[in-house]
Design a protein around this ligand. Sequence first.
Ligand code: PBG
Length: 327
Amino acid sequence: MGFPEIRPRRLRRSETIRRMVRETSLSVDDLICPLFVMDGKGVRREIPSMPEVFQLSVDNLVKEAREIAELGIPAVLLFGLPGKKDPMGKEAYSDCGIVQTAVRAIKDAEPGLAVITDVCLCEYTDHGHCGILNGEEVDNDATLDVIARSAVSHARAGADIVAPSDMMDGRVGAIRAALDTEGLDQTAIMSYAAKYASAFYGPFREAADSAPAFGDRRSYQMDPPNILEALRETALDIDEGADIVMVKPAMAYLDVVRRVRDAFDVPVAAYSVSGEYSMVKAAEKLGWIDGERIMMEMLVSIKRAGAGLIITYAAKRAARKLTGVTR
Ligand code: PBG
């Protein structure tokens, strides 16, 4: 049977019927809100290329975390801007570093809010690369120890989940071993398993002050045309002990999200990165698009592609839209 007996439009006639046959539903439970924390007091500095996203001092970060928890968003992802940088990224694993301090403050104020920490050196090294340098090369094995120490310090401060984003080989295994040695076997690892060398990170590097001083990240982050490599990276991370795997960026890599979802049985996260957010905000500002509708469409597409966890700078706005809260 075909047309005219079959008429798919019957099921699109009203919002009620569309709601009944809807295949994918986005929920506030799916959202993770990234936050940038820095030294100081009373700091709330909007990032020019990322409207409504702020660099916050710990006091304001706690207020922001409270608001996020009240909206029902289950988790935040923390990035730190340290007061000082050096070639070895020492501040990354200092027990009184900015992220460690922020984790303790959020966990004190909002114990129910899950705290995820980005584990990487690029915000902490003066050269801006994600690892320790040997000449102009990023030394993989020398970096592992520092990455693992950072993860342990975050976990000790109370982080529920650590999220390594450096793309060194073997880092998930190194982190798992270090956590377990310290008795931190309950801290989960969300690995940036398939992280591409992407121009979509541009605005973030302004937000986190982490642009490399020379060269680029193509010797450690993945080449955008590759997908088999993404599956291999993901398999390795799961084998090394990743509890959740992530694909990043999201929008231009939804095929990767789908392949990873189909190939593995662990939770899959996708990171809708700074460039994705900035493009929507810029076009919205120009009056060229309906920013809110585009943002919601992007988020539901990420969910449809197979990601159960979505990291997005639009988390608060999406949560308000999803729950009908107007504030
Ligand atoms: C750190 C890191 C980056 C992002 C998350 N963690 C930047 C990079 O790899 O250059 C990007 C996030 C975004 O663009 O929103 N390595």
